[in-house]
Design a protein around this ligand. Structure first.
Ligand SMILES: Cc1cc2nc3c(=O)[nH]c(=O)nc-3n(C[C@H](O)[C@H](O)[C@H](O)COP(=O)(O)OP(=O)(O)OC[C@H]3O[C@@H](n4cnc5c(N)ncnc54)[C@H](O)[C@@H]3O)c2cc1C
Length: 393
């Protein structure tokens, strides 16, 4: 953005004001006494869904890019802001303004890296686009919402995806090298909800899956995931009109409709969507407790307590069968992210906790006995954004 001072308000990692932005976006903020809203943010409906005909090249069935294509086709918008694969590196996100619905097909799939999609807001406005859609991960959507009222668009449809962690495209290439002897042939990667990473290839090999427990995580550098991702407070993209993910979908997608605009978008897929209620199985308590203990050790500088090699295949076999699934799996991941956020901030940037950690994260952590210490919570009299935020750009 041209206005450098706007960064202070836009950045999710400085002083986010989720209740205010939720009210501005959805007309209401999350009811933290409601178990699903506490974990997943404000919503009218959550469902398990998939396109009856999966879109080729999509990360899952392609609900995300098809929603955007339908918005263009219906004339509701003039342009979509999203990322396409960089022509020189398919894993690198390249921000693009799409005006032809057929071009959404080229944007399908997940890329690892940070695409400066919001840098296209001003060019899109200058090109005369008045109604747009933006597809983004939570930190991008937070920045969009914080600035939305000043951008001068008539209408912005916000399609969000959840995001557990992101990294640089360079780091991601190092990860691929550890996973496969021919990393340049990997055309698809996903951390699935059945505790396996799926890899697809474009050299004729069949897809393969690797249990999470057998991933070479210990070989990754400590800064593989940046501190921002490790301390992210919004896994489920709570400010999007509609969130399209997979964590609770048990093999299908997981759609969270947050407001009337989200419902309007979903309506555009009527007749193309197979839907079902979300399931919830297993008990997350043990898995989350183990994660908490390991994160405490890591935050205290101690090595992670590794599972003995002989036990790994047994647990890798059992996890998808008896581990938490559906909504229980999604709740476990949200709790794990909340644990990481607070423990990493306490270790590395304790002074930031007061401004960075919103009430919904403390609400998720409270049943585990993790509560704000003195000075870790903003008083109600403190404005969310100080009137004289210093320039940060
Ligand atoms: C870094 C990252 C982490 C994610 N982690 C999770 C997770 O933990 N749990 C979960 O449920 N879902 C997660 N997702 C979302 C998931 O991978 C799917 O994108 C989502 O389920 C939509 O599937 P689809 O078939 O509808 O998408 P498609 O129709 O294939 O469309 C995918 C859309 O995502 C956009 N996109 C791809 N890469 C990026 C990127 N780097 N930055 C911004 N936009 C991008 C594409 O441009 C496209 O518009 C993550 C996505 C990203 C980018």
């Amino acid at each position: 953005m041209g206005d450098g001072r706007a960064c202070g308000r836009a950045c999710q990692f400085i002083q986010p004001d989720y209740p205010a932005l939720e009210i501005a976006s959805h007309g209401t903020s999350a009811d933290l006494s409601h178990p699903d809203q506490r974990f997943f943010g404000p919503h009218h409906a959550m469902l398990r869904a998939r396109l009856t005909q999966a879109a080729p090249g999509a990360q899952w069935s392609g609900i995300t890019t098809t929603l955007a294509a339908r918005l263009l086709e219906s004339g509701a918008i003039d342009a979509v802001l999203t990322v396409a694969p960089d022509p020189d590196d398919r894993w690198k996100p390249l921000p693009v303004i799409v005006t032809d619905p057929a071009q959404m097909a080229a944007c399908r799939g997940m890329r690892m890296g940070f695409g400066p999609t919001l840098a296209l807001l001003e060019p899109a406005r200058d090109a005369g686009h008045k109604r747009i859609a933006l597809i983004g991960i939570p930190c991008q959507v937070h920045a969009l919402r914080a600035l939305e009222s000043e951008l001068g668009f008539e209408r912005i449809y916000v399609i969000g995806t959840p995001c557990s962690d992101n990294t640089t495209t360079e780091n991601f290439h190092s990860f691929l090298k550890l996973l496969d002897p021919n990393p340049e042939t990997v055309s698809y990667l996903e951390f699935r909800a059945d505790y396996r990473v799926e890899l697809r290839f474009d050299d004729g090999r069949s897809p393969k899956t690797v249990p999470f427990l057998k991933l070479p995580i210990s070989k990754l550098p400590a800064d593989f995931f940046p501190m921002t991702c490790k301390t992210c407070v919004d896994y489920t993209n709570r400010l999007a009109d509609i969130t399209v993910g997979y964590m609770a979908g048990e093999g299908d997608q997981w759609v969270i409709v947050r407001n009337a605009r989200g419902a309007e978008m979903l309506e555009l897929l009527a007749g193309q969507l197979h839907t079902a209620p979300l399931g919830s199985k297993g008990n997350r308590t043990g898995a989350v407790k183990g994660f908490l203990q390991n994160t405490e050790r890591a935050a205290g500088g101690l090595p992670l307590r590794a599972m003995p090699d002989w036990l790994r295949p047994v647990v890798a076999f059992l996890q998808p069968r008896i581990g938490p699934r559906g909504l229980e799996f999604a709740r476990a991941r949200v709790e794990m992210k909340a644990i990481e956020t607070v423990l990493h901030l306490r270790r590395a940037f304790p002074a930031r906790i007061k401004n960075m950690v919103p009430a919904h994260v403390w609400a998720v952590l409270a049943p585990m006995g993790i509560t704000p210490s003195q000075g870790e919570q903003r008083g109600p009299e403190t404005p969310a954004v100080p009137p004289t935020m210093p320039p940060t750009a």
